[in-house]
Design a protein around this ligand. Structure first.
Ligand code: HEM
Length: 519
């Protein structure tokens, strides 16, 4: 409201404006003239002419029906004509870059009064910078693109490249050498898995699931095989362009015919007679970022078994959008490869070594998914705590009902349990070699991913019950709940179905059972 001079009124003055042609209300010590807006009000005019609303303080009834951000929209901000004398507005929504003061809305390491053995001052400074960046640059675009279904804006991808966020999302490693990370807050050699977790969790806090995937998550899973198994020439060609956001890559493994069962895949790669090229034929399905990717890391059936090959978009490659339960902004694709000719130098990890190439990134990929799942469910806890405090039912705040508190207890406990286990595993990752991680962490990561996504779905269901009809409504108070409930199954199938991951954890434990210990 900086441009408009605000007048000061008494409550008695406001009360005079209580009729059809002259209608004011007070919300949080701010005076709104809604005379003309009344007829445009999405909730109708009659509710505004109610004797308890017209000319009155409507703060409580307003917050029982609207999110705070309604009043922050320019078209509604304009309705404010003044403030109540000697009173101050106290209510605010999310403040850009700030930590939330709602209990359990932040992990304990970011909550006032708590301590953590895992995070340093550098992690804290880094988190602050990442949150500010995401609140200012990413979230507004995320909300808009989630609605219109277009890919994330080029300006966001460029802004991320400037602070090297694309590179950091690949995790710690040699690819960070010489880069200025987040304006120099963290040195490349000091960047660890907690820094990476911070990035993933801050992105998840935007609450836009499809956009989150659209924002180059294909690269997070599609680039590591190139980074780790590509020839120097391939790396020089592909990696800088992807890390600078100029080109996009995606991982193309699953098919309509088979997903986890790699032996059932039907896309074939056959060598030309001179042995210089692969000819690839087949289809891929549910490929995140596929509709706009420039490169595809493709799992193929070859003479020697399963081989991963880098394919550049070109002749014979067609992608089309698949309508899923989340926004097309993710670029989820059905891909057809028809006689696509690719140089054999594009083979990643050698012929027949595809399984090893894929397995090599599974732990990291699943761990990223857990980071995101843990943070997304915490956002739902925050939404539910706010809603049950500001919504009255039976004359009292919703949280006065024991059944509601019981649901909150379960949601909070799940979010806290998952984050604590995740931090433990992350600490192990920071202190283990790649080989040790593969040996000790595949099982626990599988078990935690299963737990996190099971919990997430329970929390989504509970949240819908707490929000009632609003939990299934795309706009208004329950918009994040509706979105979460609709999109949460994605988390449960990415990186392996829940039961497969749980089973992996148990099989690994059984393999390590000592033979000489009995009951
Ligand atoms: C400056 C004041 C107000 C503005 C700008 C405003 C704006 C809106 C908007 C944008 C919606 C659509 C839903 C949403 O996005 O949340 C809405 C819905 C609604 N509003 Fe208001 N409103 C105002 C005041 C009030 C007041 C004082 C009442 C009191 C009864 C009220 C009652 C409703 C109702 C009943 C709905 C429908 C809610 C639903 O479908 O869940 N509004 N309002």
């Amino acid at each position: 409201m900086a441009t408009k001079e605000l007048k000061t009124f008494t409550r008695e003055e406001v009360a005079q404006h209580n009729k059809d042609g002259d209608l004011w209300i007070v919300v949080d010590a701010k005076v709104y003239d809604i005379t003309r807006f009344k007829n445009l009000h999405p909730g109708g005019a009659s509710v505004l002419l109610d004797a308890e609303v017209a000319g009155q303080d409507a703060t409580e009834v307003f917050y029982g029906l609207h999110r705070h951000e309604v009043l922050e929209k320019p078209q509604y901000q304009r309705l404010q004509i003044g403030v109540i004398a000697d009173e101050k507005s106290v209510i605010h929504g999310r403040i850009v870059g700030e930590l939330s003061k709602v209990p359990y809305a932040e992990p304990t390491w970011l909550s006032t009064g708590y301590h953590s053995p895992f995070y340093t001052d550098n992690h804290r400074a880094f988190q602050k910078a990442v949150r500010k960046f995401i609140d200012e640059v990413v979230t507004p675009d995320a909300r808009a693109r989630e609605e219109d279904g277009k890919p994330p804006s080029a300006s966001v991808i460029e802004a991320m490249a400037k602070v090297n966020l694309h590179a950091m999302r690949m995790g710690p490693g040699k690819h960070l050498k010489g880069l200025e990370l987040m304006g120099g807050i963290v040195k490349p050699e000091e960047f660890d898995y907690f820094h990476e977790m911070i990035i993933t969790q801050e992105f998840a806090r935007s609450g836009c699931r499809g956009y989150g995937d659209g924002l180059m998550s294909g690269s997070v899973i599609g680039l590591p095989p190139v980074l780790n198994f590509g020839s120097d020439e391939i790396k020089a060609k592909v990696v800088p362009d992807v890390l600078s956001g100029k080109k996009l890559i995606c991982l193309a493994i699953s098919e309509a015919f088979a997903g986890s069962d790699v032996s059932g895949l039907r896309t074939t790669a056959v060598k030309t007679e001179d042995g210089k090229h692969w000819i690839i034929n087949g289809t891929k399905k549910w490929i995140t970022n596929g509709t706009f990717a420039h490169y595809f890391t493709v799992g193929c059936k070859t003479e020697d078994g399963f081989t991963v090959i880098l394919v550049e978009r070109g002749e014979g490659v067609e992608t089309k959008s698949i309508k899923t339960s989340y926004s097309p902004t993710a670029g989820t694709a059905y891909i057809t490869f028809d006689n696509v000719k690719v140089p054999v130098e594009n083979t990643l990890g050698g012929e027949g070594a595809g399984i090893f190439v894929m397995l090599s990134n599974f732990n990291h990929e699943r761990w990223v998914m857990i980071c995101s799942s843990a943070r997304s469910q915490r956002l739902i806890v925050e939404e539910c705590l706010k809603w049950t405090s500001q919504r009255n039912a039976f004359g009292k705040p919703l949280h006065s009902q024991a059944v509601i508190r019981s649901k909150l207890a379960a949601m909070i406990s799940r979010a806290e349990a998952v984050q604590s286990w995740l931090e433990n595993i992350t600490y192990q990752m920071n202190n283990m070699s790649y080989k040790e991680q593969a040996k000790y962490l595949a099982g626990p990561i599988g078990l935690l991913k299963m737990t996190s996504t099971k919990y997430a779905q329970l929390t989504a269901t509970d949240a819908v019950q707490v929000f009632g009809g609003r939990g299934i409504t795309r706009s208004g108070m329950g918009q994040h709940i509706e979105h979460y409930h609709r999109t949460v199954p994605f988390d449960a199938i990415l990186g392996g179905a829940e039961d497969v991951l749980g089973d992996l954890g148990v099989r690994q434990a059984i393999r390590q059972m000592p033979k000489n210990i009995k009951l």
